[in-house]
Write a protein that binds this ligand. Sequence first.
Ligand code: IMP
Ligand code: MG
Length: 408
Amino acid sequence: MNKNVTVITGAFWGDEGKGRSAFFESSDAKLCIRATGGANAGHTIYTNGKKFTLHLVPGGIINPQTICLIEAGVVVDLDLLIEEINELENNGIQVDGRLFISKAAHIVLPLHKKADQLHEELKNNKVGTTGRGIGPTYADKASRIGLRMEDLTLSSSELITKVKNLVEYHNKIFKSYCYHTYDYREILCDLLKKSHKIKKFITNTRSITNITIKESSKIVIEGAQAYRLDLEHGDYPYVTSSYCNTSGTLSGAGIGPIYVKDVIGITKSYCTRVGEGPFPTEIESEEISDTIRNLGHEYGATTGRPRRIGWLDLTIINEAKTLMGYTALAVNHLDTLGKIIKEIGFAKVKISSKETVILTEAWNTNDCKNFSDLPKPAQEFIELIETTTDLPVRYIGIGPDNKETIIK
Ligand code: IMP
Ligand code: MG
């Protein structure tokens, strides 16, 4: 049996550059699949002088030959999806006939965003969610009351019953907290309007995946969020509400582990986190954090929030190896780390609970095309990651554009 599936997963708390890797990896892929999460994700891709920020559509859409799926594990905000499709089309990217959405993917409604806000207000331990309604939509999915993409293809009488049930259920909770309630007829009208634009993309995606697996063509699965945000194995309760570890990503994509060739863990050359929760290597000095934040443009692609900044923590990669099953790593922002060392005078890398390596020699990655072109201290940094994690570094990002990737 040919193993042709590559899984892209985040090794820390998200924002490691998964979108870029999904795009890069799918340049020779037949299929690129978004598997979990929703518009809480913000995947940025720079190519040919253009910047794309995708929240739902997989990064493979930028490669003309790649078919893209939004699979069952994803929760879909229809407004944002329509916006994203329009933006792609306005930039000359063909979406029609190339994007398909699983019938089983759940729908995020505006009331879910309201519920997200309400939950954060009511809880003592705020998670600092993106406010995109992700948790409440997954909760409805688990409560077996959620709306799925296939419901948009039902007769209007069948859809009415489902929408009414869901809205009434939420209204009871909203009412008890004196929150604004919803009129199911308005929600229904809105859904019907949007379904005109979306319906043609909804299909039985399983048959597309089955064919692609059968013919042994390459499939790239674009994970969302990351290991420490995983609902089951992450920093609970400071996590997202989906299983964004490798197995959860495969489950969301509808593909079994037997077909996996590669699992690429994506990391930056330092760490960031948005939202609340533990962050062992977080930098206390605001001055240093600000410098790194500005050098690395570390502001949330979804919320615009300034990201918390910390040093690279390789103990987290080592701790996650069994769960995540990495076969290789991609290290982004190598250029930025060189600038950080130049500006601040040093950078740290945590390699064990007791040991931290301090880097003091800056580097410049301009015009480097191959690993051997990189300045010696930059090469040594990559080798330090490899020896500490016992994993090969396959891709190195030395700038935001897709072209600025070194294959090792
Ligand atoms: P939620 O996913 O919006 O419920 O947010 C839960 C936690 O996950 C918060 O700390 C968010 O900041 C974080 N989070 C969710 N999605 C992402 C992401 O794509 N990148 C980084 N952090 C994320
Ligand atoms: Mg992001």
